[in-house]
Design a protein. Structure first.
Length: 68
């Protein structure tokens, strides 16, 4: 079987291929590489108090509202 060109696939196509071919390690690596390279490098500390947890929940809700 000839391997498809994973770099020419859209994210949706690559995800569908990985789901349809779960044993294909090359496809899985391409999938992880693609999503890792596009992920934000920003990291956040773990909330240390209930107030910080509530603040994070508010920020997440605000972000979700922006995306709608």
């Amino acid at each position: 079987m000839i391997e498809p060109d994973f770099s020419s696939m859209s994210k949706t196509e690559l995800r569908a291929f990985v789901i349809a071919h779960p044993d294909n390690k090359a496809a899985f690596r391409a999938f992880v590489d693609r999503f890792t390279s596009e992920a934000s490098p920003e990291t956040f500390d773990i909330p240390k108090s209930n107030a910080e947890i509530e603040e994070v929940e508010i920020l997440i809700k605000q972000k979700l509202e922006q995306l709608r």
